[in-house]
Write a protein that binds this ligand. Structure first.
Ligand code: COA
Length: 260
């Protein structure tokens, strides 16, 4: 599939999707959302892709939000379908069974922050700013931001960020547990590669089990979460990769997982 507003490249199992609307700070218009949907579907079905990285073009913005010009022209019915499409896209990203890393290379505002929140891991450059400024436009987050932020940091901070609308620094986002790492802007790509490489080599069934147990676990009760963990653990133990991983440990060598 070819894209107008995205650049996609796969290197060594790491599939990088770069959102490319630099003149609009990579704002998500309908076309870009649709392209992102297609790119994620492509990557999810490609066995060569082991880790997905989402980032923005340029050195100023990851994504500065949904496209405000388009929002302004929407009818209420169109706005509902826009919100639902955005939510479905974010939910699809979060429920992928391959790790998705957000490389936050600048402003991650509104839909940009919501996109980052849907990713499994987040690395921010030290110049990044994250926020939900929709309230300043007379609207509210519509791509899942209220729900994912609430679950990640609790209602006190979620309300502060969504009602206040003021972006926070990458450092503060790190202190709050909203991002995994903050690195100098020039080192972002290397830091993402360092995070992605071990995941490329990891046993896929273990990766899938961990993603599902932890992400679904936050929405179900402890008993159901523990049952899910047991089921996924047992599935890992049915793989050749389990035999390889445990044998490699006992034989004091590095494992070579085959995804079987
Ligand atoms: N939707 C549409 N266009 C956007 C946009 C968005 N979310 N964010 C930025 N742009 C556009 C600007 O309109 C401008 O376009 P123009 O050159 O044709 O006028 C261009 O991107 C550059 O943005 P600009 O505002 O000039 O850059 P800045 O450095 O002064 O400010 C921001 C950067 C991110 C603080 C500012 O662009 C901003 O507040 N953006 C909106 C953030 C937002 O409210 N997001 C939630 C949307 S629901």
């Amino acid at each position: 599939m070819s894209f107008e507003n995205l650049a996609v490249v796969t290197r060594g199992g790491i599939h990088t999707i770069t959102i490319k609307r630099p003149s609009k700070l990579n704002a998500l218009n309908r076309q870009t959302l649709q392209e992102l949907y297609g790119a994620i579907i492509d990557a999810s079905g490609d066995d060569k892709v082991r880790v997905i990285v989402i980032t923005g073009s340029g050195d100023k913005a990851f994504v500065a939000g949904a496209d405000i010009g388009e929002i302004r022209e929407q009818s209420p019915v169109e706005a509902r379908s826009f919100s639902q499409f955005g939510q479905n896209l974010m939910s699809m990203i979060q429920s992928l069974d391959k790790p998705v890393i957000a490389a936050i290379n600048g402003f991650a505002l509104g839909g940009g922050m919501e996109l980052a929140l849907a990713c499994h891991l987040r690395i921010a450059s030290d110049n990044a700013r994250l926020g939900l400024p929709e309230i300043k436009l007379g609207i509210m987050p519509g791509f899942g931001g209220t729900q994912r932020l609430l679950r990640l940091v609790g209602s006190t901070l979620a309300l502060e960020m969504a009602l206040g609308g003021e972006p926070i620094s990458a450092e503060r986002a790190h202190q709050l547990g909203l991002v995994n790492q903050v690195v100098p802007a020039a080192e972002l790509e290397d830091a993402v590669t360092r995070m992605a490489k071990p995941l490329v080599k990891a046993a896929p069934e273990a990766v899938r089990g961990i993603l599902q147990a932890i992400l679904q676990g936050s929405d179900i009760n402890l008993e159901a979460g523990l049952a899910l963990e047991t089921a996924r653990f047992a599935l890992c133990c049915a793989t050749e990769d389990m035999k390889e991983g445990t044998s490699a440990f006992l034989e004091k060598r590095a494992p070579e997982f085959k995804g079987r």
